[in-house]
Write a protein that binds this ligand. Structure first.
Ligand SMILES: Cc1cc2nc3c(=O)[nH]c(=O)nc-3n(C[C@H](O)[C@H](O)[C@H](O)COP(=O)(O)OP(=O)(O)OC[C@H]3O[C@@H](n4cnc5c(N)ncnc54)[C@H](O)[C@@H]3O)c2cc1C
Length: 353
């Protein structure tokens, strides 16, 4: 893994300053400056300098979980482009793999699958960088990174030191962690503990099990798990494809709301996942559809994806203002119909819902 000092390059004024160039929504106005860090020391140096000078700094990796206002970000944007995957140890409990924060996540998953390392195969096809996965405890098809993260290496702006954080310190929850909505830490690398096995971790997600012709709890060959997940995701517009505007999104725009069981009783027949503490998780997509917002429901240059009710997409001529108007209409409609509050999953930068 290459973690040496390199050169921070200032992007010249021009279209590159428009943050729409760096987000999967292709939305976001201009930044004050845009710099690129290809080595960890550069990234830490940029964050340290911004802290010392009091300048605003926004770290962007894949730009697949941010909504940035049309007026842009009046500060420094740091594009994280550090790369590297390195096996750092192996014992009876697994193989430790250290991944640089800027490493494209799906490249790492592909590497794990082709190396016979099991534990992240169901997270195939998720856009963005490896270092971003702890931020919201990325999850899909029955796996989340909290299952395999051994440690997160992070620069702590407050203490001005690099820390190696345990999963407990990361406080992983459903699409959240200590890192989300807080710029105290710059994640520099993540250690994953994977199992040396040609087979997947036990399949936990019913739709995936059905597609695999397997039962819940079965293991299947890693490659089969990855290919099946990629196929399922592509059918929902959940794999980036520049030609397909159903993928010009942040993935799911809303998290699935977790509510007291009594709320479910007032709704009646709705699919749900019971929690341990008298709560239930409701599928936001079901609530949205049943509140009268079908796939393809459109705003001004923006629309609900034609393939997935939870994805709000830019059709090419959209703006962040229009996207948030659409999100507000949906959120208010669901609240009026079911009395349930939907919350955005992406990080909103210099804009609000
Ligand atoms: C088509 C599509 C499908 C998706 N499917 C899923 C899915 O199945 N499951 C899921 O959980 N998510 C999904 N997402 C959301 C997104 O891909 C993930 O959250 C991803 O981990 C974001 O990575 P990124 O590099 O793009 O982060 P960015 O969008 O660049 O950043 C997101 C936030 O993290 C911060 N950040 C980024 N890197 C660092 C760092 N190194 N240190 C500190 N802060 C940092 C940023 O400042 C920002 O606040 C999907 C998105 C799209 C577009």
């Amino acid at each position: 893994m290459d973690l040496r000092v390199g050169v921070v390059t200032d992007t010249p004024l021009g279209p590159e300053r428009f943050l729409s160039a760096y987000t999967t929504l292709r939305l976001g106005g201009p930044a004050g400056t845009v710099t690129t860090a290809v080595h960890t020391d550069e990234a830490v140096g940029a964050v340290r300098a911004a802290t010392a000078s009091g300048r605003r700094l926004l770290v962007l990796a894949g730009g697949s979980n941010v909504v940035i206002g049309d007026d842009g970000f009046d500060g420094e944007v740091l594009l994280l482009r550090t790369r590297g995957v390195e096996v750092t140890g192996e014992d009876a409990s697994g193989v430790l793999v250290r991944v640089a924060a800027g490493e494209p996540w799906d490249d790492f998953v592909g590497y794990a699958v082709s190396s016979g390392l099991s534990g992240v195969e169901c997270l195939s096809g998720i856009p963005g960088a490896a270092g971003s996965t702890p931020i919201q405890n990325v999850g899909a098809y029955g796996q989340e990174v909290a299952h395999t993260i051994e440690a997160v290496h992070a620069y702590d702006r407050r203490a001005d030191e690099i820390r190696v954080m345990t999963p407990e310190e990361c406080r992983f929850g459903y699409r959240t962690s200590v890192f989300k909505h807080d710029d105290r830490y710059l994640v520099t690398a993540v250690d994953f503990r994977l199992s040396r096995s040609g087979d997947s971790a036990p399949i936990r997600y019913a739709e995936l099990a059905r597609s695999l012709g397997a039962a819940a709890g079965d293991r299947v060959p890693l490659r089969q798990a990855r290919d099946t997940v990629l196929k399922l995701r592509a059918g929902k517009g959940m794999v980036l494809d520049p030609e397909d505007r159903d993928t010009w999104s942040v993935g799911s725009f809303f998290t699935n709301p977790v509510v007291p069981a009594a709320v479910l009783e007032s709704i009646g027949e709705a699919p749900n996942w019971p929690g341990a503490d008298g709560t239930v998780k409701l599928p936001a997509a079901w609530l949205i559809e049943h509140a009268g917002f079908p796939k393809g429901f459109a705003g001004d240059g923006v629309a609900i994806s034609g393939k997935h009710t939870l994805a709000l997409t830019n059709r090419g001529s959209g703006t962040t203002t229009a996207l948030l108007d659409l999100a507000r209409t949906i959120r208010d409609g669901v609240r009026a119909r079911f009395g349930v509050e939907l919350h955005p999953e992406p990080v909103l930068i210099d804009c609000a819902l």
